[in-house]
Design a protein around this ligand. Structure first.
Ligand code: ATP
Ligand code: MG
Length: 682
């Protein structure tokens, strides 16, 4: 299909949004109105009609899943070379690419590591424990604070001078040390992926010019969820030219808790007075009933922009609300319904999605799905290779085959605890950077002894000798036996017990480590598939480990493949996606809206979250809840979510509702909501 043919399939407003390329453009519209479609078509339009090289175009969105979907949609339009060099990624991947291209300007060396939140927490723990014993809560709080600072573009110096009280002072000091140590480790954390590029582009005119030359046109999906630093990144990259298209929906802003600023939609108009705002009103996704439910629900929130959405998809089925005895019955119900519905509706597994508020809700559901042998894909859960203990064990294996693997070194130099402190590591890292050698090699150098206390040097060399000893045994005899012995010798198990909240958890983690080593053994004795020989060969431990590392990566990619499976995901992760049949679980007070949100008064964000969930559905929507649920180890009675009261009663079909709720209670709750709204609107 040519781009012209594609264009005429869009409605006039969408076409306008695609064709307008001379200045900044904002498409503001409700769910399912074809915002993402505007972005994908516009990319093809820029390349095929305007002759822009795909290399010069960057489209960004929020989740990996959404980026993948977008890539797929664009891939169908741009064939072969046309799409070469096109960037369709998350904000963070774009940031990562900028960092990769600007290592020198940023003062990093190649092979820098990306600290995941767990790695970052471990570093913070070390830093904070230096002064006094701190608990997990304190560490989490400081980690959260540092993250908000980074998202708001507040650097350590500013944090320190603006600190309003002792707690903030303290956090700011930890922030400063944290940044310094990350740098010494040649590492960046997740928030740095945006922060570092923004700071670089702000302070380095040459780098700015380089990137402005590189990116001519930017498209941003889910713009309502950008935070301050992401907004600045777009602004810096585009500059005066302001050749960008952003699309968003203020009603779908659900990341305020992570620093998102929906008011960026308004700011955009102020920063770019030439901004052309285009509104879309036709929904192409959902049935009339589903759309009406979504519109009615969200009309309970105050609005900056008024939007009306209509659909030509027909009224469709009523929305079912299924009340279950308890959470297990709820999970059972969802699983068994999917099983029968698939046949009744002649649907595929992938046509079903089950959405919930928190990942913990998926556990029971997984068991039920497994029971019925329903293939499913859990997004955001912890896969084998992303478990902490597996990452530790993999790091040992990687270091054994490549002592220059600095990431592996840093991960395990202190696991189990070897009393090698952050200051020692910082000095070691500086020493290694100056000489351009690996950390492992640096430990052996005599020069290091001049910069570190004797005890620190001893501890480091004990570690080095330990690893070299294992390596030696591997070379001389049975490599696997040597690896197993290593795990026992260093008493990793005891360390797990010290760090787990319950002994059973530590036990399971240790079992995972042995499973990994068994896998390694299998991998060494595998049938060689890719050689002509049919004999079973014993492979070298090196290549077996490399294969495991590769499998780790592949597994992450397989996670991302879209084979025919029921999708299980949080409402947060479901943004931008659509499914013919959607189940929304746990419509209960304290779960949706979440209890924390009720406490701190952010029910409106929860309402938007429910709006996002509901608008994922194309044909059928089923809402489920439980009358009782285990929370904090106790069986608690649950109250149906207030959001159910806010849906149009005539469109709902209840099942299993016992007595109707006490009308007085219902009214009282309604009043609360109205009062809250009034105060918000001032
Ligand atoms: P969300 O707010 O949930 O991200 P969106 O506004 O990005 O939604 P899209 O995902 O682009 O909406 O579109 C929703 C559905 O409507 C998709 O299946 C898309 O293919 C279809 N669609 C979009 N525009 C049109 C159109 N003009 N004609 C027919 N179908 C369309
Ligand atoms: Mg979209």
């Amino acid at each position: 299909m040519s781009i012209q043919q594609r264009l005429v399939r869009l409605n006039p407003r969408q076409q306008e949004a695609v064709r307008y390329i001379d200045g900044p453009c904002l498409v503001l519209a409700g769910a399912g109105s074809g915002k993402t479609s505007v972005i994908t078509t516009k990319i093809a339009y820029l390349v095929q009609e305007c002759g822009m090289s795909a290399r010069r175009i960057a489209a960004v969105t929020f989740t990996n899943k959404a980026a993948r979907e977008m890539k797929e949609r664009v891939g169908q339009m741009l064939k072969g070379k046309q799409g070469h060099g096109l960037t369709v990624s998350t904000f963070h991947t774009l940031g990562l690419n900028i960092i990769r291209g600007e290592l020198k300007a940023l003062g990093y060396k190649p092979g820098f590591s990306l600290f995941d939140p767990e790695d970052a927490k471990a570093l913070l723990r070390d830093l904070m424990n230096k002064d006094a014993q701190v608990d997990a809560d304190q560490i989490n709080r400081v980690q959260g604070q540092i993250s908000s600072w980074k998202n708001d573009l507040v650097l350590p110096g500013q944090a320190l001078s603006h600190a309003a009280n002792d707690d903030e002072q303290y956090a700011a000091r930890v922030y400063e040390a944290y940044v310094r140590h990350l740098k010494a480790y040649n590492a960046v954390d997740f928030d740095d992926l945006i922060l570092l590029p923004v700071v670089l582009l702000r302070d380095d005119p040459e780098a700015l010019a380089r990137w402005r030359r590189k990116i001519h046109y930017m498209l941003v999906d889910e713009y309502q969820d950008t935070n301050v630093s992401q907004y600045r990144l777009v602004q810096m990259l585009m500059g005066e030219r302001a050749t960008f298209t952003v699309v968003g929906d203020d009603d779908q802003s659900i990341y305020a808790w992570r620093g998102a600023r929906p008011e960026n939609l308004v700011t955009l108009g102020e920063d770019f007075p030439r901004l052309r705002v285009i509104k879309l009103e036709q929904n192409y996704r959902s049935t009339g009933t589903i759309l009406r439910a979504a519109n009615t629900l969200i009309s309970n929130n105050p609005h900056v922009y008024d939007k009306t959405l209509w659909s030509e998809m027909g009224q469709g089925e009523a929305i079912r609300v299924v009340v279950n005895r308890h959470e297990e019955a709820e999970a059972e119900r969802v699983a068994s319904e999917i099983l029968t519905r698939r046949i009744k509706e002649r649907a595929e597994w992938r046509d079903f999605a089950v959405l919930y508020r928190g990942n913990f809700q998926a556990r029971l559901l997984e068991l039920k799905l497994q029971h019925y042998q329903i293939p499913y894909k859990l997004s955001g859960g912890t896969s084998f290779f992303s478990r902490g203990e597996i990452k530790d064990a993999m790091a040992y294996l990687r270091l054994l085959i490549n002592p220059a693997d600095d990431n592996a070194f840093l991960r395990i130099v202190n696991i189990p605890r070897r009393e090698i402190g952050p200051t020692t590591l910082e000095k070691l890292a500086n020493y290694a950077t100056e000489r351009e050698i690996a950390l492992f090699a640096a430990c052996r150098e005599l020069g290091l002894a001049e910069q570190l206390p004797t005890r620190a040097v001893e501890r480091l060399s004990r570690f080095i000798h330990f690893i070299e000893g294992v390596r030696d045994r591997m070379d001389r005899g049975d490599a696997l036996a040597a690896i197993r012995e290593m795990m026992r010798e260093m008493d990793y198990e005891a360390w797990l017990y010290q760090n787990a909240s319950a002994p059973t958890i530590a036990e399971r983690r240790m079992a995972n480590v042995w499973t990994l080593i068994d896998q390694l053994e299998k991998s060494m004795n595998r049938e060689p598939e890719d050689t002509a020989s049919t004999d079973t060969e014993t492979d070298s431990v090196e290549s077996a480990i490399s294969r495991l590392v590769l499998r780790d990566i592949l597994e992450q990619q397989a996670e991302e493949d879209d084979s025919d499976r029921v999708q299980l995901l949080t409402m947060h992760a479901s943004k931008g996606l659509e499914f013919p049949h959607v189940y929304l679980m746990g419509l209960e007070e304290e779960l949706l809206p979440h209890r924390n949100a009720i406490e701190v008064g952010t029910v409106e964000e929860e309402r938007r979250l429910a709006y996002v969930g509901i608008t994922r559905a194309r044909r059928t929507l089923t809402l489920t809840l439980a009358r009782q649920r285990k929370a904090y180890g106790e069986l608690m009675d649950c109250t149906p979510s207030r959001f159910l009261d806010e849906l149009p009663d005539a469109d709902l079909e209840w099942e299993g509702r016992a007595d109707k709720e006490d009308p007085e209670k219902k009214q009282a709750r309604g009043k609360d909501a109205i009062a809250g709204l009034r105060s918000l609107l001032g």
